[in-house]
Write a protein that binds this ligand. Sequence first.
Ligand SMILES: [Zn+2]
Length: 337
Amino acid sequence: MIKTLDQLPAGILDVNAEDLYRYVENHTLVHITGQIKRPLFISILQHGDETTGWDAIKALLKNHEAQLPRSIYLLFGNVEAASKNLRQLDGQPDFNRCWPGLHRQKNTIAKKMAFITDMMAQIKPFASIDIHNNSGRNPHYAGINSLNGEFVNLASLFSETIIHFTSPDGIQSGAFAQFCPAVTIECGMSGTADGIEQTHTFLENLIRLASLKEIPGIAEHQQVLNIFSTVKIKPEISIGIQGETKKQVDFLINDDLDYLNFHMIEAGTVFGQTANDAIPMPFTVTDQIGHDITERYFEQTGNEVRLKQKVVPAMITQSIRAIRLDCLCYFMHPLSH
Ligand SMILES: [Zn+2]
């Protein structure tokens, strides 16, 4: 079903993400044994242009050439897309929507992911880490699907900024949350030095840690935010970014909107302008179970599209391709705990 290896191919630690396809396939799973046998599961490159995971893994493995303190299972995601520095290739599904969730999908990739999930459910890893990057400016943060203490502790080891979310369906950390503490970490823009270093440090801590039940000194500073809605742009509306897009489009998104990520923004904040009054609301906002709640959040005044109530946005991206493939952003509110 998938290719499994009990060591890394020789020479692989000397190459960048774009050359990995010469050594491994999509979904190659490598088991590297270490001193502590209960493994850490690490998933990288589910999105081919998010290379921080591979860079951090290289630093980790080079640091422990003789032996790792703990065994790891390393899953390579989309090395084909990585070779072209793309999130995914045309015709490929988003890998991080194909894991077993509410539904088990039938496509070939989903079957491979179900196979990996069932295999790891037997092994019960110490923890599962899925490493990603953002295409917009965001603080480095951790996403969890459960507010169970071990999940929060795991997330806290990476960042004080933690997001709790229960959708989208089919993500890796959601599938693994059924049998071990699982986290998605978002390490800023792909390949930036601070993201690689923070991820490397996080992995170094985890491969030595005896337990996630109690970690002294971290509980007081956590800020857990709850994602409650997703903002997409209607596919029939043509879009551009103010100051960048020269051609006439239906909706021009404000430049530098991604500076608002993780800040409380006020009602009245303008997200962009439509080309004329006849163009309908460009956004569709849906809640966690898919209900359309656009009217609660946005209104059109003349050509301007404005926010109707205050929210904390996350993952606003200025990449048209990312907006089309995924979404413009998510809205959150702080959880009291
Ligand atoms: Zn990603």
